[in-house]
Design a protein around this ligand. Structure first.
Ligand code: 13P
Ligand code: ZN
Length: 275
């Protein structure tokens, strides 16, 4: 039945997340991409409408996600259009039994194909599936302006970004106690960025790409969206503060390391060793 795939709960949740992200201003033009590892029962519900294309090389090998299906945005598609045209702006792919190739199964209408960041999405799913015993399902990449702005003035280290973001809002240490990873500039869509991101994703759920954007992982759409939102909100506060005091300037007061340790005690947080 035409339109049936589009009406499944996972497809509607994907569209809602894309629309919410677009409304945040994180996705100029075709900026950003989104992927969801589809559970077996959800893929079973649409198997009758799947049409398998040819196998194509992924460029990386991801054996932990061999055989899995992913809903993923199309290269060059605009988040602005996802709600109105999901079968053109996204599609479903399956990974082969070795984890080295994929085939298109649904969507990508008009001759499209998966995002240019497919290697990073699949490598991130590869490590997050293992790290979370299968719980992680969502990888989201966006270009939020404030976190990108900070990559011009903060040292490009996990320690500097994590510590400064934790200092901006008390919730930050609770939402990402493991901190954020940071990578220096790399060629978008490259295998190098995919491999370096996945290495960091083994221990964090968010990786900053200098002068480009942010990747976030989550077990659910809410978690992935919430993490992106929290980091960008904290980054926006830091940008405001730095605009007032200057980059070398002193904050009159802040959340101190002692405060962070009190938070960790009160909420049983395993804070990364940056405070
Ligand atoms: P795609 O249009 O290929 O998804 O690329 C957008 C992007 O943000 C690349 O980093
Ligand atoms: Zn990007």
């Amino acid at each position: 039945m035409v339109g049936c795939v589009e009406q499944t709960p996972f497809m509607r949740a994907f569209v809602r997340m894309a629309t919410d992200s677009w409304n945040q201003g994180w996705h100029e033009r075709n900026g950003g991409n989104l992927s969801y590892r589809i559970p077996e029962d959800e893929i079973d519900s649409i198997l009758g409408q799947i049409e398998y294309g040819e196998w194509k090389p992924l460029g990386i090998t991801a054996p932990n996600v061999a055989g899995e299906f992913f809903l993923i945005t199309a290269a060059g598609s605009y988040f602005r259009n996802i709600a109105d045209d999901i079968s053109r702006c996204a599609g479903i792919i399956q990974i082969d039994g070795s984890g080295a190739s994929y085939r298109q199964c649904w969507g990508f209408a008009g001759g499209g194909h998966p995002t240019s960041e497919l290697p990073t999405h699949i490598m991130n799913h590869e490590v997050k599936k293992l790290a979370t015993c299968g719980a992680n399902r969502v990888i989201h990449h966006a270009h939020p302006a404030n976190i990108v702005a900070l990559t011009f003035v903060l040292p490009l280290t996990s320690e500097a970004f994590t510590h400064k973001l934790w200092q901006m809002i008390s919730e930050c240490a609770m939402v990402f106690p493991e901190g954020v990873g940071v990578l220096s500039w790399g060629v978008p869509g490259s295998m190098q960025l995919a491999e370096n991101s996945a290495e960091l994703m083994k221990r964090v759920n968010a990786v900053v790409w200098a002068h480009h954007g942010l990747f976030c992982a989550g077990n659910t759409f809410d978690e992935a969206f919430g993490l992106m939102h929290t980091i960008e909100k904290a980054a926006s506060i830091l940008v405001k503060v730095l605009s007032m005091v200057g980059c070398g300037g002193q904050f009159r007061q802040t959340i101190t390391d002692a405060n962070l340790h009190s938070l960790a005690d009160a909420y049983n947080l395993e804070l990364a060793d940056f405070a």
